[in-house]
Design a binder for this molecule. Structure first.
Ligand code: NAP
Length: 333
C-alpha cells in the first residue's frame, strides 16, 4: 500500500453527533523501517464509547484530537514486514482503526489466532463486547443459580451476548430492544420475554409481565427510563451491572434521574459500574467458555456491516439510531 484513507475528527459535537464532525483524508504510507510492519485493515469497529472520546472532557479514555485520525479496534493483515516476528499475510489486531492501513512498530499490534472463527468476531462476540457481557454478568452482577436477568439494549453487540450467556447458564432472561426485527431476533435466540421499548408506555409493567416476582440482575446498557424500571422491579438483594447509558451519550444536559434511586436502600440492591479494560485478565476464561457455547450451539451472533472507510461515520451514527442488529462493523477490504 502506498496511500491509505482515514477518518479524522473535524469538530467536536454539541448534542447529537453528525457527519459534520468527521472528515475523510488520504495519507502516504511509508515503508516499514526496522522493527515495523505495514498493515492493511480488513475490519474496524465503531462503538458507543467513542462518542465520549469526541468530547474534550477527561474520561477513562483520552479524547480524540481535533484534526487527527480517530483510533479504535481493527483487524488487519500484514502486507509488508521488517520485523522477524511477523510475515506477510499474518492476521493482526490493533488499536489503529478508522483507517485503511498503517505502518507501525510491530510491538503495537498483536497477532490474531482466529480459533476457527471469522476474524471480525474478535471485534464483537469474541472480543471486547463479548468480554463485557461476560464480566458484567459473572463478575460484577455475580450471577447465581435461579437469578432472573433483565438486560436493556438486548439486541446489540453486548446485550445479545448477555442474553445468550445467561440462557446458556440456565437463567430466565427478559430483554428490551427497539422494533419488531430486534424482538424477533431475541425470541429466536431463546430470550424468555422480549420488550419492544419503543412500543411501551410503562416499562416497569412490561418487565413484570415477564418476571411477575421481579428481577435479580439488571445489566444496564441504556440508562434513563430503563434503569428506573429495573429499580422499580428489582427483588431483595438484586445486583445491577452498570455497563453503559447510551440514552444520554448525546445529551446536552445531565439526565434528571433515576428518580427512584431510594429503592436501592429498602431492597438492598448493589449497583456497580465497570469498564471492561480493567478485567482483561478474564479474556482467556471467556474465550474458552465461548468456544464451548459455540460448539454446543448456545451462542451465535449477528453483524451489521457498512462497507468502505467513507461509510465509517454512517456506521457510527447508526449506533445512536438503533440501525444495528448485533455488532456494528465497517468492512475495509
Ligand atoms: N463498560 C464497558 O466497559 C463497556 C464496554 C462495551 C460497551 N459498553 C456500553 O454497552 C452499551 C452497548 O454497547 P454495544 O457496543 O453493544 O452497542 P450496541 O448495543 O450494539 O448498539 C447500540 C444500541 O443502543 C440502542 N440505543 C441507541 N440509542 C438509544 C436510546 N436513546 N435509548 C435506548 N437504546 C438506545 C440501539 O438499539 P435499539 O434499537 O434497541 O434502541 C443501538 O442499536 C453501550 O452503552 C456502551 O457504551 C460498555
Amino acid at each position: 500500500m502506498t496511500t491509505a484513507r482515514e477518518i479524522r475528527l473535524k469538530s467536536r459535537p454539541s448534542g447529537m453527533c453528525s457527519h459534520d464532525n468527521f472528515e475523510l483524508a488520504t495519507v502516504e504510507l511509508r515503508d516499514p523501517g526496522p522493527g515495523e510492519v505495514q498493515v492493511q485493515n480488513l475490519w474496524m469497529t465503531v462503538d458507543p464509547y467513542m462518542r465520549g472520546r469526541m468530547n474534550d472532557a477527561q474520561s477513562y479514555s483520552a479524547p480524540f484530537a481535533l484534526g487527527k485520525v480517530m483510533d479504535g479496534g481493527a483487524i488487519g493483515q500484514v502486507v509488508a514486514s521488517n520485523d522477524p516476528g511477523f510475515k506477510t499475510g499474518d492476521l493482526v489486531q490493533s488499536g489503529f482503526g478508522w483507517r485503511e492501513g498503517f505502518t507501525a512498530p510491530a510491538k503495537a499490534v498483536q497477532k490474531l489466532d482466529p480459533r476457527g472463527l471469522p476474524p471480525q468476531a474478535f471485534l464483537g462476540a469474541a472480543g471486547m463486547p463479548g468480554l463485557t457481557a461476560y464480566v458484567g454478568l459473572l463478575k460484577i452482577a455475580a450471577l447465581k443459580d435461579g437469578d432472573v436477568v433483565f438486560v436493556s439494549g438486548g439486541a446489540g453487540a453486548v446485550g445479545s451476548m448477555v442474553c445468550q450467556i445467561a440462557k446458556a447458564k440456565g437463567h430466565k432472561v427478559i430483554a428490551s430492544a427497539g422494533g419488531p426485527e430486534k424482538v424477533a431476533f431475541l425470541k429466536d435466540i431463546g430470550v424468555d420475554h422480549v420488550i419492544d421499548y419503543k412500543a411501551e408506555t410503562d416499562l416497569a409493567a412490561a418487565v413484570l409481565a415477564g418476571a411477575p416476582d421481579g428481577i435479580d440482575v439488571y445489566f444496564d446498557n441504556v440508562g434513563g427510563p430503563h434503569l428506573e424500571a429495573a429499580l422499580a422491579t428489582a427483588r431483595l438483594f438484586a445486583r445491577f451491572a452498570i455497563c453503559g447509558m447510551i440514552s444520554i451519550y448525546n445529551a446536552t444536559e445531565p439526565p434528571p434521574g433515576p428518580r427512584n434511586l431510594a429503592q436501592l436502600i429498602g431492597k438492598n440492591i448493589r449497583m456497580e459500574g465497570f469498564i471492561v479494560s480493567h478485567h482483561f485478565d478474564m479474556m482467556p476464561a471467556f474465550l474458552d467458555d465461548l468456544a464451548g457455547w459455540v460448539r454446543e450451539g448456545k451462542v451465535t451472533w449477528k453483524e451489521t456491516v457498512f462497507e468502505g472507510i467513507e461509510k465509517a461515520p454512517d456506521a457510527f451514527l447508526g449506533l445512536f439510531k438503533g440501525e444495528n442488529l448485533g455488532k456494528m462493523l465497517v468492512k475495509l477490504a
